[in-house]
Design a protein around this ligand. Structure first.
Ligand code: P5A
Length: 440
């Protein structure tokens, strides 16, 4: 992509309404623009990040045996009347009537919708377990939308739903998602710690939130300090094997959100307790037959018994993650994207657009990088070098390659790794090779 033709409206000034760093940087780097309170448009750079986050999620969900579907944003109120949640959900639910005066709602979550699908199309015990998920926009008319996409009213969520014959099966489905979530966040460069949580309007009594520590986070947490020293990658774990030991390793150490924390019963001595703030990037639930029972979601067992299914649901805040990753990975100059979610791999800076040697050298590198499947943003604008470097640092691509007139004639470039900031003057081909080796 050539920056001269790319819609990247970066801002020099910090917008006054942005109070946390991720919101400031998302506005300044031209990722998002506010449409109304808690509702945002995603511009090209931000949209690419969203798609990268989705890709990591899709890969990890597929590895865990979950299958992608896509359910609608608008749902029938009658379906929610069946579960009883239409009346209890309250003013957070956006209620709409269609032209026939039929009550509808913009889905804040999809437990009812997926239970209807499974109820209508799964009849036999042989068809279980199943785990279906989608990545779809949600609407919650939050009383205090704030911090940009961190707490939006319209936001993108990955929500998955498991169906099993009994508690043991459902616990296994829960464990698979527990481990898949550890892997998903770790791939995005995040340390997200699972913590015992309140299940709120989703229901059930087994629930964990995945929390990334951040002073600006909205959740107060209380956790064993040893959790923060644990390796969250869960690499090499066989998702088809016994996951109980992995889940135990995480859940045997004390970790609770504020709602679940009780200083009177907390077993930790003060020195071992971390009391901090964090961002909830995911939340998983086991709720048994809470939706299957009222919606009549059941199968026939071999002995003819009618068995009501056990369910769980698993959410990831996809749009919130874009902000959470920035909270966790930035410096004074801008965003520092982890490789897996960076909008482009390389920012190629032509320091003197219009200079024949510079243009030729930059175009040559641009072609070679693209040919090798590397996503590259070429700054070919007629701007001062200082402006170009500042914009590149602001948008935070993992690699920067700078081509100046002297280097262009000598066949060298300056390679910079955004994280860490180390710079090397290298032959153009050597720089190219280094990027290819690292991004392989
Ligand atoms: C789990 C999947 C649920 O809705 N039903 C389907 C369950 N859980 S949840 O905790 O309420 O939401 C899941 C994740 O969505 C993100 N999230 C938000 N992101 C941005 N703005 C919001 N207003 C918002 N509300 C929830 C969080 O990451 C949450 O963990």
């Amino acid at each position: 992509m050539r920056l001269s033709r790319y819609f990247l409206p970066t801002l020099r000034e910090t917008p006054a309404e942005a109070r946390i760093v991720s919101h400031r940087l998302m506005l300044r780097s031209g990722m998002i623009r506010r449409a109304s309170a808690g509702i945002y448009s995603w511009l090209p750079l931000g949209f690419r990040v969203l798609k990268k986050i989705e890709t990591v999620i899709h890969e990890e969900m597929t590895a865990a045996g979950a299958q992608a579907v896509l359910m609608p944003t608008l749902q029938l109120a009658d379906l929610w009347r069946e579960s009883g949640r239409y009346d209890v959900y309250g003013p957070e639910m956006l209620r709409i009537a269609d032209r026939h005066d039929r009550d509808m709602l913009y889905g804040p979550t999809n437990e009812e919708q997926i239970t209807q699908i499974v109820r209508d199309d799964i009849r036999s015990f042989r068809d279980l377990p199943r785990n279906l998920y989608h990545i779809q926009w949600k609407f919650r008319d939050e009383i205090r939308p704030r911090f940009g996409v961190m707490r939006g009213r319209e936001f993108l969520m990955k929500d998955g739903y498991s169906f099993d014959l009994d508690f043991e099966g459902a616990k296994r489905s829960y464990n698979i998602m527990f481990v898949a979530y550890l892997r998903t966040y770790a791939r995005m460069g995040l340390k997200a710690i699972p913590m015992r949580a309140e299940s709120g309007p989703i229901g059930g009594d087994l629930s964990h939130e995945f929390i990334v520590l951040a002073d600006t986070g909205e959740s107060a947490i209380h956790a064993d300090k040893r959790l923060f020293a644990m390796d969250p990658r869960a690499d090499g774990v066989d998702l088809e094997g016994d996951l109980e030991p992995v889940v135990k390793r995480w859940t045997s150490l004390y970790a609770a959100t504020d709602d679940k924390h009780d200083p009177a019963t907390c077993p930790l001595p003060a020195g071992d307790l971390v009391e901090a703030r964090g961002i909830e990037v995911g939340h998983i639930f086991y709720f048994g037959t809470k939706y299957s029972e009222p919606l009549g979601c059941a199968v026939t067992m071999p002995d003819g018994e009618r068995r009501v299914l056990h369910g769980g649901s698993y959410g990831i805040g996809v749009s919130r993650l874009a902000a959470a990753i920035i909270e966790a990975s930035h410096d004074d100059a801008g965003v520092v994207w982890p490789d897996a979610v960076a909008p482009f791999d390389v920012g190629l800076v032509n320091l003197k657009s219009g200079d024949a040697d510079c243009d030729a050298a930059a175009d040559d590198l641009y072609g070679k990088l693209r040919g090798a499947g590397v996503e590259v943003l070429l700054d070919d604008r007629e701007e001062r070098a200082g402006v170009k470097f500042a914009d590149m640092d602001l948008i935070g691509l993992p690699w920067q390659l700078a081509v100046g007139p002297r280097g262009a004639r000598a066949g060298t470039v300056e390679l910079k790794r955004r994280a860490g900031g180390e710079k090397h003057e290298l032959a153009a081909d050597a720089a190219l090779q280094r990027i290819l080796d690292k991004s392989a």
